[in-house]
Design a protein around this ligand. Structure first.
Ligand code: AMP
Ligand code: MG
Length: 506
């Protein structure tokens, strides 16, 4: 079956108010949740990456560059861009919206409706001063990372395809006044919906509570079966579910060492999915203060160790935006409190997995604090460390040596001391099976994605394909790939753009 023969519906367009104008120039679109818009015609689209798994889930076998490159539409597809706002780096930014993403439709695949969106397919009324395009490098990063996250067990939007457009796109990659042409690309991404915290905020901020009400009712009815938006109780319960999903996803990020990089409220999925893969990165050296995003290098608002707290801040902005619908808005504190409780719960479970404990008790907090502190004492690779810990035979740091960037400088005594405490805590029998399911052997390290990009820019997609396959089984040994990909960051990647530094320019 091809994409064209899916059962296309448009529940979002049917349920919520939209823009009367189709397409058109960048502008403010008050009162609307969306604008109809057609993707731009690209000179030469060809499919480069394809997620057979995502395709199977949709029931699609044929990869058709027409649909995936935005030049062909089937009966029932009604393309649009979503309007939303957001707090960027803590400041209200007003209307943002899908500046380069166009939803081609919602596919009812029986039992589930999934939204398909083309990212990088041209300008929309929300493009502001930008070109509506995406470059190959960032599209490869989005494709590989969203599929990798899925297999790591982290809630995420998915990727179906990556198409090159045959067009050059100019980007100033480091914002240093040296713009250069790069190949353009389009990723087709898939999710229950692409509704964000900022989708609600935009209406509240402009005092449009009528549209806010309609969007909330739509979201609850279509995406949160079992919840109701009719009463304060209903809204609180719904918000608690969002809190729980958000906290769970962030606890997974902390487990696998993922740093989102731009946790603005427009990049927070209402489903708690990891969304908008931009200047994200993976911890190699365990450094909670690290962020890959050069745009955030001064305040490091979105650093690894701050993500749970930012989740709370963003969730509080969502609560603010729902307040006008509440008879007793002060009850919203209950939902915020719940976020912290939920995070604590997920965080405990996460650490129990990483350390092979049967459960996490208050006494274990000290063990974790001590561990994360020693991990920072000398440069230590997070992924390698926890994977080796999952196979250790006794409390001896020798087994972990491969995780250290410089073996000579490690605090050996402290390590053996901590390992001893942990060993006692688990009665000399850590649940290593559980540990291997919590501590992936392979993640999409920054330099791995960069190698895939370097090759793809020379029209060689084999590295990207190899990584896509490898990362389908991140918890398996896959010893044949060990030498290449189960490795600390190589020296060449330490200061290389795209590996240690990324900007929002994509
Ligand atoms: P981000 O923080 O990367 O998710 O993007 C913030 C906002 O900028 C969103 O509204 C995007 O749609 C928009 N945006 C980013 N890049 C482009 C682009 N090349 N053209 C148009 N809009 C863009
Ligand atoms: Mg975004």
């Amino acid at each position: 079956m091809s994409l064209g023969s899916l059962n296309w519906v448009s529940r979002f367009l049917d349920d919520t108010p939209g823009d009367a104008v189709v397409g058109g120039a960048s502008r403010q679109v008050p009162g609307a949740c969306w604008s109809r818009v057609k993707p731009e015609l690209m000179p030469d689209t060809s499919i480069r990456l394809w997620s057979a798994e995502m395709a199977a889930e949709l029931g699609v076998e044929v990869a058709d560059a027409g649909y995936l490159g935005g030049s062909k539409f089937a009966e029932g597809m009604d393309p649009y861009s979503q309007r939303y706002g957001g707090h960027q780096f803590g400041t209200w930014a007003g209307q943002l919206g899908d500046g380069r993403a166009i939803t081609i439709g919602e596919a009812d695949i029986g039992g589930e409706v999934l939204e398909l969106q083309l990212k990088g397919s041209g300008v929309t009324p929300y493009s502001r001063f930008s070109d509506g395009r995406a470059v190959l490098r960032s599209s490869i990063r989005e494709f590989l990372c969203s599929e990798a996250m899925q297999h790591l067990g982290v809630p995420t939007t998915r990727a179906l395809s990556l198409v090159t457009t045959g067009e050059d796109v100019v980007r100033d990659m480091l914002y240093d006044g040296r713009p250069a042409p790069e190949p353009g690309a389009i990723v087709c991404r898939v999710a229950q919906s692409f509704i964000r915290f900022g989708s609600f905020q935009i209406h509240t901020m402009s005092g449009d509570y009528r549209t806010l009400r309609i969007l909330v009712d739509h979201t609850v009815k279509r995406h949160f079966p079992g919840q109701s938006s009719d009463t304060d109780e209903g809204l609180i319960e719904w918000l608690k579910e969002i809190a729980d999903r958000t906290a769970l996803t962030i606890s997974h990020w902390m487990r696998v060492g993922f740093v989102h990089g731009v946790m603005n409220t427009d990049n927070m999925s209402i489903h708690g999915l990891t969304i908008d893969y931009g200047p994200y990165g993976w911890l190699e050296d365990f450094d909670p203060n690290w962020t890959p995003n050069t745009t955030d290098s001064r305040s490091k608002r979105y650093r690894f160790g701050n993500q749970a707290q930012i989740g709370a801040w963003n969730f509080a902005r969502l609560l603010d935006s729902i307040a006008p619908l509440m008879e007793e808005p002060e009850r919203l504190y209950e939902a915020l409190e719940f976020y912290y409780e939920a995070y604590q719960e997920h965080n405990g479970r996460m650490w129990a997995g990483k350390l092979g404990l049967e459960g996490f008790s208050a006494g274990d907090e000290g063990l974790v604090t001590e561990l994360t502190s020693i991990l920072q004492r000398a440069e230590t690779d997070m992924t390698v460390f926890f994977r080796l810990l999952s196979t250790i035979r006794g409390p001896d740091v020798d087994h972990l040596r491969f995780a250290f960037y410089n073996e000579d400088t490690i605090p050996e005594d402290e390590w053996n001391d901590w390992l001893g405490k942990w060993w006692d805590r688990v009665n000399e029998e850590p649940d290593q099976e559980k540990m291997r399911r919590a501590n992936p052997k392979y993640v999409l390290r920054n330099w791995m994605a960069q190698l895939a990009i370097d090759a793809a820019e020379k029209e060689d997609y084999s590295v990207a394909m190899e990584l896509y396959e490898l990362l389908k089984r991140p918890y398996d040994e896959q010893t044949e790939f060990e030498r290449l990909w189960f490795n600390k960051r190589p020296e060449w990647a330490r200061h290389r753009v795209g590996c240690s530094m990324l900007s929002c320019s994509s």
